[in-house]
Design a protein around this ligand. Structure first.
Ligand code: ADP
Ligand code: MG
Length: 611
């Protein structure tokens, strides 16, 4: 029997390769545009007919090809972009395999016209089904035009596999979008069935995003930027309140190439974790630039998956960068209180029977005890309740009920002084069902959830205390003893420093038992043993070595336990203070775990309801 192994003819090898590289019209569009970009084109025009089945033409003003090169370009593994294996690790071009043009030519009718600046005449070349048809000189502009007609004409199985025109068109648009988002300095024009449907002039990145996604996106984006020795991360993420229930625009690009990266995606989601609810999705356009030899783009022929050498470190950089930007760029639209038509504090009406104001003073309340006063006024607390009550006695519309330590801790002395001095200039917020604060803002009626708002206020405060070690400890007369398991004791070691920063003081009694000698002054009514247990368990569950994350969990836990509950009546000045403290937060609209704190009924909606 004779030997049975023989080499496949190039035409068949190319068809097989085409199966990998060219799955649909959109793949052709992508490969041709990438070639134009690699050829330094500044203007690229794409024409499509029949959703790319009938015609895909890409015309560029790049550097063009010589007659020989144009012919060579269609040979398998013919490329001008790498010469030796080492070049693979220093890639700066989008293509490098030399596979696209021969693959495309194997399954369609291709026409190439190209001219370099230094040549007087250009080249016109025809290839169909890998078969070279003819080549001639032609007069043409500088650059390259490649037309791909009748895609898959000789692979009926592939042709059948194509989806509806609408789907194929959408795929083309999304390939174009992924490329256009990286090259705002290149002009793109898309012509579909002889009609220009997309025109993207040369602009900046933000403008390019707006042209592709609608101009409303501009105000929704927050810029991110970080340079490190491992690489540069920049781009935009959406403000948390613009997160979407359904599909969001989420793009990663590495070294100018669109990629998918589920691990980095999780870094973004972690940064947003406490700002949006779990079923919402932020949009992002994130560009990562790293040393080309620290990535491997070679693991997938269509190259949307990329392996990074420093994946974990980049994860951290990404997460922290986004988190910081979200915090820094006050992640909500700025709230301007509408004083002009704010309801005035009701004026005393002598015709109405008036009663003595109810003033329930908590006799155990000690203004000298709150850490708040002390941190803000290191010298002496000047919180003058006498003066405050005197003021209220003359104002029947204000009722001070049931002062407690918790609400008192809301009141920073400075702001109360300001209120007393200048009460008529404050809008009077209105408390609804002992649950919501309603207030008038420029664009409508704002509804604030009192419990959740207080969680946000306290969380910010506790986190600040932990980070700046500002918590004030209150010594306990009869220390309770907390007994921990061995693993809890280990976990306690790692968070003890943060607990101390908050004001907890634990002394080790041996055998994993600790005496609680001091507690943060805010937690009076809470069981400290239970609080410490839950904070230890949260840090175990978080299992993170990201310190900030553990600190946030602790701050959140404490904020939840100590926030004013629903059903608590708030006084007018408490509400003023409450609202001003809430809006001092960089992120007032959501609790740290992503629950909505406030909501706005726009004026338009109110108008509509009233007609
Ligand atoms: P690769 O891009 O991986 O090198 P291709 O098959 O896509 O492989 O292209 C082969 C070669 O043809 C490229 O390396 C380049 O030299 C040349 N080429 C392709 N398209 C263009 C173009 N639009 N302008 C100039 N040269 C091009
Ligand atoms: Mg290419």
């Amino acid at each position: 029997m004779s030997d049975i192994i023989h080499l496949l003819p190039d035409s068949i090898a190319n068809q097989i390769a085409a199966g990998e590289v060219i799955q649909r019209p959109a793949s052709v569009v992508k490969e041709l545009i990438e070639n134009s970009i690699d050829a330094n084109a500044k203007h690229i025009q794409i024409s499509i007919k029949g959703a790319g089945r009938t015609l895909i033409q890409v015309v560029d003003d790049g550097k063009g090809m010589s007659g020989t090169d144009a012919r060579m370009a269609f040979e398998r593994h013919a490329t001008s972009k790498i010469e030796k294996a080492d070049d693979l690790f220093a890639l700066t071009t989008l293509g490098f395999r030399g596979e696209a043009l021969p693959s495309i030519a194997a399954i369609s009718h291709v026409e190439v016209k190209s001219r370099r600046a230094e040549d007087e005449l250009g080249t016109l070349l025809f290839i169909s089904g890998s078969k070279f048809e003819k080549q001639e000189f032609v007069s043409s502009g500088i650059g390259t035009s490649i037309s791909v007609k009748n895609l898959f004409f000789n692979v009926p199985a592939r042709r059948k596999f194509l989806k509806s025109n609408e789907t194929e068109r959408r795929n083309i648009l999304s390939e174009l979008e992924r490329i256009a988002l990286v090259y705002p300095d290149i002009e793109f024009t898309l012509i579909e069935n002889d009609i220009e449907t997309i025109h993207l002039p040369i602009t900046g990145l933000k403008q390019r995003i707006a042209l592709l996604q609608g101009k409303n996106i501009i105000q929704q984006l927050i810029e991110i930027e970080e340079n490190t020795t491992l690489g540069r991360v920049y781009g935009y993420v959406s403000r948390p309140e613009f997160a979407k229930k359904r599909s969001a625009n989420q793009f990663f690009f590495v070294n100018n190439r669109y990629i998918r990266h589920s691990y980095f995606h999780r870094a973004v989601m972690t940064a947003f974790e406490q700002l949006i609810s779990p079923n919402e999705k932020p949009s992002y356009y994130i560009y990562i630039e790293v040393d080309p030899d620290s990535i491997d783009v070679n693991i997938h022929p269509t190259k949307t998956e990329v392996k990074f050498e420093n994946e974990q470190a980049l994860w951290q950089i990404l997460m922290v960068t986004i988190k910081e930007s979200l915090g820094r760029f006050n992640a909500v639209p700025s709230i301007v209180f509408d004083r002009s038509d704010a309801p005035e504090i009701p004026i005393y009406d002598p015709s109405r029977a008036s009663s003595m104001p109810k003033v329930n003073v908590d006799p155990s309340y000690n203004p000298f005890k709150t850490s708040y006063t002390e941190t803000h006024r290191p010298s002496a607390p000047s919180y003058d309740w006498e003066k405050l009550y005197e003021k209220f006695e003359n104002d029947t519309s204000l009722t001070v009920v049931n002062e407690s330590d918790t609400t008192a801790s809301l009141l920073s002395s400075n702001t109360v002084d300001a209120f007393v001095a200048d009460s008529e200039h404050y809008p009077e917020h209105y408390q609804y069902k002992h649950k919501y604060i309603l207030t008038s803002v420029k664009s409508g009626l704002m509804i604030i959830d009192q419990h959740k708002a207080h969680i946000r206020i306290l969380f910010d405060k506790y986190l600040e205390q932990i980070i700046n070690k500002r918590g004030i400890s209150q010594r306990v007369l009869f220390p309770e003893v907390i007994e921990l398991s061995a693993s809890e004791a280990v976990a306690l070691d790692s968070i003890n420093y943060d607990l101390e920063a908050l004001g907890f003081e634990l002394s080790n009694l041996g055998n994993n038992s600790y005496a609680i000698q001091g507690v943060p002054s805010e937690i009076d009514n809470n069981n400290p043993v239970q609080l410490i247990h839950s904070m230890i368990n949260i840090s175990i569950k978080t299992g993170s070595d990201v310190k900030l994350k553990i600190q946030e969990s602790i701050a959140l836990q404490l904020a939840r336990q100590t926030a004013i509950p629903y059903g608590r009546k708030l006084t007018a000045e408490e509400m003023v203070l409450f609202v001003s403290q809430l809006f001092a937060s960089p992120i007032p609209s959501y609790t740290p775990d992503g629950q909505r704190v406030l909501s706005l009924i726009p004026d338009d909606d109110i108008e509509k309801k009233m007609h």
